[in-house]
Design a protein around this ligand. Sequence first.
Ligand SMILES: Cc1ncc(COP(=O)(O)O)c(C=O)c1O
Length: 389
Amino acid sequence: MSDERERFLIRYSRGFAPFIVARASGAWLQTEDGQHILDFTSGQICSTIGHNHPRIVEAVQQSLEEVIHLNSWMLSQPVLELAERLASLLPASLNKVILVNTGGEANEIGLRIAKMHTGRFEVVGLTRSWHGLQTGTASLNLAGGHSGYGPLMPGSLTLPAPYAYRCPIRHCKGTCDCSCLDAGFDLIDKQSVGSLCAVIAEPVLSAGGVIVPPPEYFQRLRQLCEEHEMLLILDEAQTGFGRLGTMFGCEKLGFKPQAISVAKALSSAYLPIAAVMIPELTYEALLVESKKLGAFGHGFTYGGHPVSAAVAVKAIEIYQRDRIIEKAARRAPLFQARLKALGEHPLIGEARGLGLIGGLELVADKTSKRSFDAQHGVGAAARFARSEA
Ligand SMILES: Cc1ncc(COP(=O)(O)O)c(C=O)c1O
């Protein structure tokens, strides 16, 4: 092992960054050896208002003086305030909130709610999606591999993603016409053991390569879910809180899901907090169901953590007072135009995105579309970029 820092740490990515961060401020990191680095990773795609924002630091300090941790069934004022704020920001139908810690956990709970609510268990995810690393969500994560981690959760089914650049059903030429959705549901009907429960989807498939579904995709998906009496859960971990130029991706897509999960930018990533929101009616049905089964079992050590909730309240206040969402919407056209211009580069097969999410698909050759990684090895792109710089 060449990296001395791994003596006691388990490595969970290809390698740790080749520096130790001493301070962070705004978009900048300062390393222990005095380098200043522009943090394009944005704290794992979520530091929407930059590192160490003074108003967030103040909110943390105040909260630390008031209450730090409680048993999760004891509520604090920031938790109540956050629940109310979230309910006021979302479509009126989604007014019941449960606060958890991470995006994966929120999605896991969304799936548990859907299972208890419908009494069924088959859940569907899109290829190229990423929903977290708990067993249920990981079984639906199709942006990464599954090999080596044992069996997937029974009842995990797959829909081909609307990935027009490499159409999964070899049908579309560059523009998705939703045939993959209809073909995918035909397969689901065939595979199902009669227990279809929910579909979980990202408004823009982000970690799996920034795949932007065509405008009619979610309307059609919602219709198919209704026909199959399935819930549609929207995972807004990446699209929530302004990244598409609207507070939530569902506004941009113009449709209302039956559940939404948010994470990451909920607290601008300062502290772990995530949430699932469902309609009052689903909640009432859940109460009936949970009495039959004993309980909707989801009390856990850090549920509705007071300090995280205080930070999330402050982050939302900053998004609103500083008009962060409007600014994102104003900047998006220029960002997308510049991004698309990069698509001319011989190693960029496609430049795609929506709002302030952008992705560049690297290829070894534009005509064959052979992927850059397949040709040069995973990680070669970063080495190439460093040598060009
Ligand atoms: C869309 C989406 N959902 C869920 C997750 C998982 O969130 P977490 O890492 O907080 O569990 C991620 C993480 O990148 C994500 O991009």
